[in-house]
Design a protein around this ligand. Structure first.
Ligand code: ADP
Length: 400
């Protein structure tokens, strides 16, 4: 069975084609600058040369046509015919309260996702465009939606509600949804497998630390708490997002600086976090380099960033009344041994013993604690695309 996984953003389409007989990647790539006359396709077929091409690609349907064309290309392709594609799995950011699991896309599903545009104005519209485009390019192929929010649908009500007037939840469904669910689910399942324990027997904390960052408590196979909330702004300090702040700061700053709603939204999402504190940028590599060279605010940004993660880990240990494993994933989680070591060392009260040598790794799957460490810390590269392909296959099998 061959499954095409699509992640459609406003100006990009990322793709991976899987052969699910052995979960191997046949090809992957990205179309960037969709909507422009100089859009770029970067195609990486497994076992063949990388191929790049620039051409005008003005909307998502053309972008997906470019993808299917390159997949069957005599020289750069990996399949003979698009008919070999059995299903398409789409990453969809917001599944609201309706979708607690991945689902086959029907007109009804699309209608609900259209309603959810209000909840995810930046993400759901391009996701929906991608679905419509894939349907028109591959008309008889089943399309499956895999939602970033779905894994968090098991969070109990006392944890997902905000202590606002209850009518706001009733009227507008204002609550914690959580994001990065596909990644948290992938690494949580994987750590159980690597520890040779039942997923349903473990208490796991998963730290997805990329440009966007979130942390999840997975209690015996279920997400019971996560740091992102109604939007992906809450929780950890991120590249350009503030994470948790006192909400009273917002009207205060708006009055003082004479900011509009749009401006204050941009401040919190685009000019805060690591960038806002350091004044340098949002890329962790630049911040670490500057900190090493003695840049004080870069050092402060790093201290704040790591402290926030540690504080959340402590809170989630309390939320689950214990923890067996803590997983680090995504760009920073996978590639930054210094942050992992600093966070790990300050968790010694809970029985965490970092193994410095084992921790000195990047992008590999590895336990990074000593054999005597009561709580196990792991680095596990995330693979959201594979998780989407697996869910898509499962839905296809159930359908048949
Ligand atoms: P996205 O949320 O965009 O998918 P990623 O998961 O790719 O983000 O993570 C991007 C972050 O990972 C950036 O801040 C980048 O600096 C960081 N990163 C990547 N490699 C390293 C590294 N070797 N050391 C420290 N940070 C790294």
């Amino acid at each position: 069975m061959k499954i095409l996984v699509l992640n459609c953003g406003s100006s990009s389409v990322k793709y991976q084609l899987f052969d699910m007989t052995d979960e191997s990647v046949l090809a992957k790539g990205i179309v960037e600058r969709v909507g422009m006359t100089d859009a770029i396709l970067t195609h990486r077929p497994t076992g063949k040369e990388k191929y790049c091409h620039v051409e005008p690609i003005l909307e998502h349907t053309s972008a997906i046509k470019v993808v299917t064309n390159i997949l069957v290309h005599p020289e750069h392709g990996v399949i003979q015919d698009v008919k070999e594609i059995d299903a398409v799995g789409h990453r969809v950011v917001h599944g609201g309260e309706k979708f607690s699991q991945s689902t086959l896309i029907t007109q009804e599903v699309k209608n609900v996702l259209t309603e959810y545009i209000e909840l995810a104005p930046l993400h759901n519209p391009p996701n929906l465009k991608g679905i419509a485009a894939a349907e028109s390019v591959l008309p008889d192929v089943p399309q499956v939606g895999v939602f970033d929010t779905a894994f968090h649908s098991t969070i109990p009500r006392y944890a997902y509600l905000y202590a606002l007037p209850y009518t706001l939840y009733q009227r507008y469904r204002i609550r914690r949804y959580g994001f990065h669910g596909t990644s948290h689910k992938f690494v949580a399942r994987r750590v159980a497998q690597l520890m040779q324990k039942e997923f349903s027997a473990l208490k796991i904390i998963t730290c997805h630390l990329g440009n966007g960052a979130s942390i999840t408590a997975v209690d015996r196979g279920k997400s019971v708490e996560t740091s992102m909330g109604f939007t992906p702004l809450e929780g950890l300090i991120m590249g350009t997002r503030a994470g948790d702040i006192d909400p009273a700061i917002i009207p205060y700053v708006m009055a003082k600086e004479e900011l509009s709603l749009g401006e204050v939204d941009a401040m919190l999402n685009k000019h805060s976090g690591i960038l806002g504190v350091s004044g340098i940028g949002s890329d962790m590599r630049d911040i670490e380099k500057a900190a090493e060279e003695g840049h004080e605010r870069a050092q402060l940004a790093l201290e704040m960033y790591r402290y926030r993660i540690r504080k959340y880990i402590g809170a989630y240990i309390a939320a689950m009344n214990g923890v067996d494993a803590i997983v680090f994933t995504a760009g920073i989680g996978e590639n930054d041994p210094v942050s992992r070591a600093i966070i790990g060392k300050q968790l010694s009260f809970f029985g965490v013993e970092i193994d410095e040598e084992r921790n000195n790794c990047r992008g590999v799957e590895r336990e990074i604690t000593t054999p005597t460490s009561k709580v196990k810390l792991w680095v596990i590269p995330t693979n959201e695309e594979l998780m989407i392909a697996r869910d898509t296959m499962e839905i296809l099998m159930a359908k048949e």
